[in-house]
Design a protein around this ligand. Structure first.
Ligand code: FE2
Length: 386
């Protein structure tokens, strides 16, 4: 596993030894979902999650086959795209996968170089470097395929000062529910098929220059019934983290297998979004109708002082508040973290959200996996898919 170092290259803090410098990534640019009804999805994300209207493209802007709504909260930009006819690739995608993530767009300084470096190392091209312009400047986009039908787009926007991208108009809405304190995307998790995790770990290492900085095997991530394996991939500056999961054999069906069955292939399992006040954020989300996995039993909260050890003295949030909201807590050498998981946000049991507040901890809540998966299994049981 990669050792952390401190070093500055490309103007970025390079924190992982062994990470390659051929693909400097500045951050997540946006995440695009292909959905059945983008107008309603955008309304849900505004109402339930506090996103703000940002940009729109559709028939009114000259598009013939699709419409896209862009929403924003602090540094997070989400795009919801729907098909306007049955011939569209968007319609095909939704028919097969249901609503889900199509594009993880990464912000780069040089989208041409990003495409050249990754395709040279074996990435399958989705989009050759393409210049798009409007009165606000120009953007270069390029793209490659990753797992399943998911895409990484590289977005170079240093010569652009419009709302979002060329082709989009500003979306002014009279309906603007307040934000809930979501700040940025902490990590995005991909589910891949049986025995495919290491293939994709190698792909991220070789094609994207990422490093594997944490691994969990099925002995660590299991309950009485089901199991999974996970490896966390990070780019050099640590801003982009992609854990990759694969199912593992258990007595019953793994939640990863359930995802693969319903998504009909590999895809994005969850987006973890950061807040710096999880109690306030989750209170708001609950009040707005966001559904979370069930709260762990009393024993879980009774054990918090023991589990946090030395970090318990640092804990600012009252345990009774955390328990009331069903928030989970875990610690590593460097601090603690608070996290909670939503139920899937569409009818197929596929994509869900994690809300996370890091108080020094760099992990992913390994200490919560068991409590969390037992909670997921209770939902699988209700769906008859365990
Ligand atoms: Fe996560």
């Amino acid at each position: 596993m990669a050792k952390e170092i401190k070093n500055v290259e490309y103007g970025l803090e390079k924190i992982f030894e062994g990470a390659q410098d051929f693909l400097p990534l500045l951050g997540t640019d946006y995440v695009e979902f292909y959905v059945g009804n983008a107008k309603q999805v955008a309304h849900y994300y505004k109402t339930a999650f506090g996103y703000q209207s940002l940009a729109y493209a559709g028939l009114e802007t000259g598009l013939k086959d699709r419409a896209s709504y862009v929403v924003k909260q602090d540094k997070i930009r989400l795009v919801f795209t729907t098909a306007l006819n049955s011939n569209s690739e968007v319609a095909e995608h939704v028919k097969k996968h249901g609503d889900g993530v199509k594009v993880i767009a990464l912000w780069v300084d040089d989208a041409t170089k990003a495409w050249e470096e990754t395709t040279k190392r074996g990435a399958k091209s989705y989009l050759k470097p393409t210049l798009e312009k409007d009165e606000h400047g120009s953007v270069v986009k390029s793209g490659i395929y990753t797992y399943g039908e998911t895409i990484h787009l590289f977005v170079e926007r240093k010569n652009y000062n419009g709302e979002f991208l060329p082709g989009f108009e500003k979306w002014d809405s009279d309906y603007n529910p307040s934000p809930v304190g979501l700040k940025f995307i902490d990590h995005m998790v991909g589910n891949v098929g049986w025995g495919e995790m290491n293939t994709w770990v190698n792909w991220y290492e070789e094609v994207m220059g990422f490093v594997n900085f944490l691994s969990f095997d099925d002995k660590q991530i299991h309950t009485e019934y089901s199991a999974l394996m996970s490896k966390v991939m990070s780019n050099g500056n640590g801003r982009i983290k992609f854990p990759i999961n694969e199912p593992a054999k258990g007595k019953k069906r793994s939640q990863i297998e359930e995802y693969l069955d319903f998504y009909e292939g590999p895809g994005v399992q969850h987006l973890a979004v950061a807040t710096d006040n999880i109690i306030e954020t989750v209170s708001q989300l609950r009040a707005r109708g966001v559904e979370f996995l069930s709260t762990p039993p009393q024993a879980y909260y009774d054990e918090i002082p023991k589990r946090l050890g030395d970090h318990f003295a640092m804990l600012k949030e009252p345990i009774v508040e955390l328990q009331k909201l069903g928030i989970l807590i875990d610690a590593d050498e460097e601090g603690y973290l608070l996290q909670i998981f939503t139920k899937p946000v569409e009818d197929r049991p596929t994509l869900f959200y994690e809300i996370i507040q890091r108080m020094g901890a760099k992990g992913f809540g390994a200490g919560n996996f068991k409590a969390l998966f037992e909670s997921i299994e209770r939902e699988q049981e209700k769906r008859g898919t365990l």
